[in-house]
Design a protein around this ligand. Sequence first.
Ligand SMILES: [Zn+2]
Length: 1041
Amino acid sequence: MKRLFSVSAFLVFLCFWGGECKYMVYDTSQRILADKINVHLVPHSHDDVGWLKTVDQYYTGANNSIRGACVQNVLDSVISALLDDKNRKFIYVEIAFFQRWWNQQSGLLKTKVKELVNSGQLEFINGGMCMHDEATPHYIDLIDQTTLGHMFIHREFGQKPRVGWQIDPFGHSSVQAYLLGAEVGFDSLFFARMDYQDRAKRKCDKTLEVVWQGSRSLGSSSQLFTGIFPRHYDPPDGFTFEINDVSPPIQVNASKTSCVISYFWCFCLVTNSTLKDDVLLFDYNVQERVNDFVAAAMAQANVTRTNHIMWAMGTDFRYQYALSWFRQMDKFIHYVNLDGRVNALYSTPSIYTDAKYAANETWPLKTGDFFPYADKENTYWTGYFTSRPAFKGYVRTMSGYYVAARQLEFYKGRSSSGPNTDALANALAIAQHHDAVSGTQRQHVAADYAMRISIGYAEAEEVVASTLAYLTTSRSSANYEKSVGMFQQCPLLNISYCPPSEVVLANGKSLVVVVYNSLGWKREEVVRVPVSSHELIVLDSSGREIESQLLPIFNSSLNMRDYHVKAYLGKSPSTTPQYWLGFTATTPPLGFSTYIISSAKHTDRSSIMSTMWTSDSTSDKTVVVGGGDLKLLYATDEGKLTSYINNRNMVEESMEHSYSYYSGYNGTDQASGAYIFRPNGTFLIKSEGEKAFTILRGPLMDEVHQQLNSWIYQVTRVYKEKEHAEVEFIIGPIPVDDGVGKEITTQITTAFKTNKTFYTDSNGRDFIKRVRDFRTDWDLQVNQPVAGNYYPINLGAYVGDGRMELSVLVDRAVGGSSLVDGQIELMLHRRLLCDDLKGVGEVLNETICVLNDCKGLVVQGKFYFRIDPVGTGAKWRRTFGQEIYSPLLLAFSEQDENEWKNSHVSSFSMIDASYSLPNNIAVITLQELESGKVLVRLAHLYEVGEDKDYSVMATVELKKLFPNRKISKVTEMNLSGNQERGEMERKRLAWKVKDLSEVKIVRGGAVDSEKQVVELGPMEIRTFIIDLDYLGMFGSVPSDE
Ligand SMILES: [Zn+2]
């Protein structure tokens, strides 16, 4: 104590004497103290890749009247502040922004930034193009967008992000934890948003930090240390320092400083210098602010294990003037450390993770996921699972197209100067942002995302067309040059608009349809195209006539078609097709077949016209639909579905199919909106009866057409050769003239006693068990019995009663639940009239306009259902589920007479003609990288225990995937392809976990360099970079059977 006084006296002298000094060096050196609470200050800016403004507007600072946000300013000023002081740190997350900024910098600055990255001052966290949503993207999209960002970081900086930073998404998926976390090589994951009841309990139990085991199949090998912030991703109150923020900065004044010196000597040490700049200040507050800091730190330490806590120092679009933050943090670190009650340091989530790991604590285990998210009792963030269903459908359609287009790009060889698939890749990447595919952005931003995707699609379409031209023209360059541009595609085929198939064939001309299958197994599926003539024949690849069916296109469809073609393309269609022509396409794995459609001559057996049944046609009470094993029974008087029968596996169950709507709560105390689902009553939508009930029957399929009311139309399709039903719905414009927003749902109902239990997928991958009104991790207080039981669905949902399983699969992200035993409900569309006050500041009232005439948006989509004896449903959910994701790709051309078959390759597979992948494996990536190497990802589609035949180790013979090429090297990578898998495994931290009951994990072994066979265990995804030597044109021409 004595010595202390003497130091104080010396400092007092300094204080009064020091008024002439100009510069103060704050001690911000980083140190961790074992005996103190260590407060890790993590400077960050949360830069949404589009939300209230478009990605361009956020980057440049345009449209600042909406929100003063300019990411360019953030990066410029952060870099400058980091260069000023080597102790300062910053993390950057959104590579879509960083990459753009980087490309605009000088060589000199790039060198300096590289030094900042190498020294750890600037660290890339998460590192995808965006901070993706976790409820509504498909796992393939999550992988692709992360890979794109990680490869940029690796290429430019040689770095591999170590930490997942999903601070803002509205709920968290298990696929994020294990696939986009552990499999990427992350050591930890941090986020902010979780259910308020869950958070309260975890704060009490000190379980905000856990080891999360996201996969049942991959067990402990899928673990990831996960930290949840005690409140949000901003600093504790009073510690935000953007220019206009109201937190008090640290201020010092001479006379007051001297007063405190006698009992708080350390402040003087600081202020003796600070006051040199601040002689005019009167609002001395150092001690007060240090006390605030210590109090906030202790409060957090009380809910946190170990002596390390993290403060996320920043929030949305902060650090536009970075010094304003760093100046205060410099002072806080300096003063607080002199105070000595806690220890403050500039840190990053990586440093924090290492400190947590070094503490050698045993952590609680978390399984399952963090859905749904509620931040208050009536505020369930479950509406966005469905918001903007047309955009969600577009993203999913383009995602599947991108997988196929990349394969075709690889066949022919990538062109870096274009056309290539890069623009589509970039557009899809930012569309996975948590305010993009989630549907929670403003309308002009949604339009911007869609526009980017459509521009990317247009370029990818050229890649597909030219590759197909290349592959069909006997690969001789002369023919190929001639045929470039000969293939057209029909992105509006879903609304029966396809100019090449609609033309009336001129004399001697035929329509050529190339059908490409991007999956590794052979497929037989009915494809359909709109045509204008009814005397047609269809020939297969070998020239044999095959069965085909004509279905009339009703006026309601044509009206919708004409309206939307005008809305999307700005012009009316020049033709009016009369029929859909359906035929069964048989396609080889990863390859195509060709079908020729031509006018029938008198001698031909032309396509078969569907017969039409209306309820006037019979006096029977029941009508049966379906020409194969599957039969659906309908009551003729009301057109109601009553029974589901499968003659093959002896399933016979009662079944109903209905539509309802929830009226959106519109009070000021929490309305239903873009994010929030808050129903205010549910109403059954009654069918308008028999007049609107028509059945078409034919050799390939039966269709039940029902106009349920003036704004819901549905077609239920039963294919002769398939055992599921397909429902195509057209919903909208949702009427809101009564001033009430509406959220439209459909229900498939059986009598199964399912005991409140149902299963929904995680990003299209693992199924997670859900129990109505129940959470595994805490005693749920039920406030919203509907919204609180909604979950995101990307692949499907199922329920079972121990005897039978009802499965429903979807074509895009939707919200859904099982609110009644035996029933699955999906929310298909929503139109709301109030903002839910979660920041977007706009109502979710989508419209479509022709010129200035706008009406509520119409959504068209599909879902599929099927019943199986228990334990056999996974085969359909998984294998057919992948087929939904990767629909057959159609391209159209024309031929004269029989010229095509004589001069073109009509059937092709890129893999060995004798080979196909097993039905439990998908090639989810096949892509030529800029280096010329090939990125290949193989995914096992089944979970452990899901299916007796397919939930087993599966193998892929790489040599047969690349016939006529020599594989010179196979390197197994982590999921995002930025490091070798072995390196990732070696670095993996092994956390100690409480209550771990280990199951046996099945994973494939190392790939033998001679045999080149890849093994995959259930739910395993393996990523490889392959060096190929060219041996000649690869691929094979399958023999026609
Ligand atoms: Zn955000």
